[in-house]
Every structure is written in structure tokens, then in C-alpha cells.
Design a binder for this molecule. Structure first.
Ligand code: GLA
Length: 387
């Protein structure tokens, strides 16, 4: 891949003098969905697929971007002066947002850049191609300009840029999983204080299989922000009867005791998901530690049911992929992953059932939805690197 991006860089920008190549992964969340903006726990991991960049400094303040994934857009130009989100800037609003966010943190970017990207994460798939680009941009800026920032800072700056520059009120999970990724480990992160531990993912003769629905969506046009504000309203209602800072502080029993304070049936279900999903995540991490993969899988399945019925972020595409997966012998667990409304599912599938899984789920999906799903057997990888 290094050769590919260098070659393309030369074609697009003339030569490769001063160019360095970088990589940042994508991520998949194993369990703990829509808990990260509710002060709960998440359990994601970085992948070995992600985004590659070839980049160099310029002697002026110009920014030139090119993506091999959006060749039709050609070179998109901008400037370090007056960085602001623009519709016609398309995907470059992500790297531009990170440059702006560094500036807000007091890190002045002294020189413009030429940046070429090539990602092997399916776009809009829910494997965080945008967070990957954000962390990647941060890693490039840190390397070229010597900014003293940790990988955790790269995650926070990426999230800040997405919230304030790109207008999506996402939590910290995606950027954190990508910036802090560790090969063969998932990250057990408490989003209330950012404390975390790494848990080895030993699947004993099974693999992580991603099924991509190919239903395109971006968080911006989804109901993501709406769910977030429903949870905030439910929290405010609960705070009238119980002293909590976030939904993640409640046990299932406490939720049942206090839930009548929430004055709307829909909001009760939204908050219930946030509370129960957080508890499921705690149980799932314990199950994995105890090598109880079957229990881990059951909790993944229960997570999907809750996201489908209470949080209502699945949709026919994701439900079809998951419900068909549950029918295949050798599937240990299957659920939607990421924000939902399209994107991907994550399944743990025994090695000798993977071919049947792809065939059976793929055929049923095509028959019902009318277009094909894509399947990827993935591996857990490290955070951002200079190649
Ligand atoms: C998106 C957001 C994350 C998280 C998930 C849902 O991926 O970027 O912060 O909220 O949705 O778990």
C-alpha cells in the first residue's frame, strides 16, 4: 500500500520529495452501542484495515487534498487561513476540521500541505472511515510540526473537530478506539472518565466477520443527534428523582425503580437501552475474560434486540443481516455495530462456518433487500503509525 500511495502522489502532485506515508485504522465495536455519550462503557477494537496517507509540507499556506476513494472529485484545494466547513469541500472537511481543532488548542499550523488518501475501509460502512481520517490527520500534523500531543489527545481533538466543525455530536468511542488501538486486543473504555484497559480477544477457533449492508448513510443525515438529545432529556427527568450525572451510573434495578420519572414512553425505551447496554458491556467483558465466548455471543445478540426494539436504530437491512446470521449454526453472536441506520453488522463465527455464513446470509439479504451485502473477515490491529 505504501508503494501505491507514493506512486499516486507522484501522479497527482508531480513528485514525492519530502513525502511521508502514514496509516490509521478503522474500528469495530464489539458491544456497548450508543453508550459513549451516556457516560457508559464501550468495547471496540481497531482493525488492520484503515486509511493510508502520503503527505508533505508546502512552503505556502495552501492545502491540497486528493482521495483515491473519490477520484471523481479530483484535487480539492483550500487554505490554512479561515478554515471553515464547506459543502463543496466534501470529505476534506474532516482533515480541515482537525487542522482547525489543533488551532483551537493553541497549536498553530505554520505551513500548508499536500495530502493524498487511500482507504480500504468501505465508505459510510459504520467502521469509522471519518474518525480514521481525523486521527490520521492528527498523526500527520504531530509528525510534521512536532506538536506535543499523545494518542489520546489525537482522539479528543478528532472528536472535537467532528462535534464543532462537522456538526455531529458523536461520542469519543470511534476516535479513541482508532488512536489507542492495540493488536489482538479490544479496548474496555469507561467514557465517564476515559479510564481504560486492554482485553485480549481470544476467540478459540472463531473469527470476527463484518457484514456490510451497503446502505449508505452519514451520521449527519441520520437520527444520531436526535437519539442523543432524547437521552439527555430522559437524564434530566431522572435527575429530579435520583442524584446521577449520566445514565451510565444506573444499574438495571435502579432504572426500573426510577423510570416513571421519564414522562414519555419513547424516551423510557431510549434510556432503558442506554442503561441495560452499559450493564451488558460490563457482563460481556467479564465473559470474555472467563473465556465464555458463548455468553459473550448471547450478550451481543441481546444488544441487537435492544438496539432494534428500544433504541430503534437498526432498520430492515441490519435486522435482515443479523436475524439471518442467528439462523446459521456456528454463529456465536451477531449484532449491528456503530451508529446504525445502515452500515455494518459484527458477528463472531466459528472458522468452519464462515463460508456457509457468507453464502446463507448473503443470499437471504440479496433476496429480501434487492442488492448484495459484502463480507469481511477482519483482524484487530494497532493505532496510527508512520510507515
Ligand atoms: C457512532 C459515534 C460513536 C458512538 C456510536 C454508537 O459511531 O461516532 O461516538 O456513539 O455511533 O455507539
Amino acid at each position: 500500500m505504501k508503494e501505491t500511495v507514493l506512486k499516486e502522489f507522484e501522479k497527482v502532485f508531480g513528485d514525492t520529495e519530502g513525502v511521508k506515508v502514514f496509516f490509521a485504522p478503522g474500528r469495530v465495536n464489539l458491544i456497548g452501542e450508543h453508550t459513549d455519550y451516556n457516560g457508559g462503557h464501550v468495547f471496540p477494537c481497531a482493525l488492520t484495515i484503515g486509511t493510508y496517507a502520503a503527505a508533505r509540507m508546502r512552503n505556502d499556506r495552501k492545502l491540497r487534498f486528493y482521495s483515491m476513494n473519490f477520484e471523481q472529485l479530483g484535487v480539492i484545494e483550500s487554505s490554512l487561513d479561515g478554515l471553515k466547513p464547506e459543502k463543496e469541500a466534501d470529505w476534506t472537511n474532516y482533515p480541515k476540521g482537525v487542522m482547525w481543532a489543533f488551532g483551537e488548542r493553541g497549536f498553530e499550523i505554520p505551513q500548508g500541505m499536500d495530502i493524498l488518501l487511500n482507504g480500504n475501509i468501505p465508505n459510510g460502512s459504520g467502521l469509522s472511515s471519518s474518525a480514521s481520517v481525523e486521527v490520521l490527520t492528527g498523526a500527520i500534523l504531530r509528525d510534521f510540526f512536532g506538536f506535543q500531543v499523545s494518542n489520546q489527545d489525537l482522539a479528543l481533538i478528532g472528536q472535537f473537530s467532528e462535534n464543532k466543525f462537522n456538526g455531529v455530536n458523536c461520542g469519543i468511542m470511534d476516535q479513541f478506539a482508532i488512536a489507542m488501538g492495540k493488536k489482538d486486543h479490544a479496548i474496555f473504555l469507561d467514557t465517564s472518565d476515559l479510564s481504560y484497559t486492554y482485553a485480549p480477544v481470544k476467540l478459540q477457533g472463531a473469527k470476527i466477520v463484518i457484514a456490510c449492508s451497503n446502505k449508505k448513510r452519514g451520521l449527519g443525515d441520520s437520527k444520531y443527534n436526535e437519539r442523543r438529545s432524547e437521552c439527555e432529556t430522559a437524564l434530566a427527568e431522572l435527575q429530579k428523582v435520583v442524584d446521577i450525572k449520566s445514565l451510565g451510573e444506573l444499574s438495571e434495578e435502579q432504572f426500573e425503580e426510577y423510570k416513571s420519572a421519564i414522562k414519555d414512553e419513547t424516551r423510557v425505551r431510549r434510556a432503558k437501552h442506554a442503561v441495560y447496554e452499559n450493564q451488558r458491556t460490563l457482563k460481556a467483558v467479564k465473559a470474555l475474560e472467563a473465556n465464555d465466548i458463548a455468553q459473550f455471543g448471547q450478550l451481543m445478540n441481546a444488544s441487537h434486540v435492544s438496539l432494534r426494539d428500544d433504541y430503534e436504530v437498526t432498520g430492515i437491512e441490519l435486522d435482515t443481516l443479523v436475524e439471518e446470521a442467528w439462523k446459521v449454526p456456528g454463529v456465536i453472536g451477531s449484532r449491528m455495530t456503530g451508529a446504525g441506520f445502515g452500515g455494518c453488522t459484527v458477528s463472531i463465527v466459528e472458522d468452519d462456518a464462515i463460508d456457509t455464513f457468507k453464502k446463507q446470509v448473503g443470499e437471504a439479504y440479496l433476496a429480501k433487500i434487492g442488492y448484495a451485502a459484502d463480507f469481511y473477515v477482519v483482524e484487530i490491529g494497532d493505532g496510527p503509525v508512520v510507515l
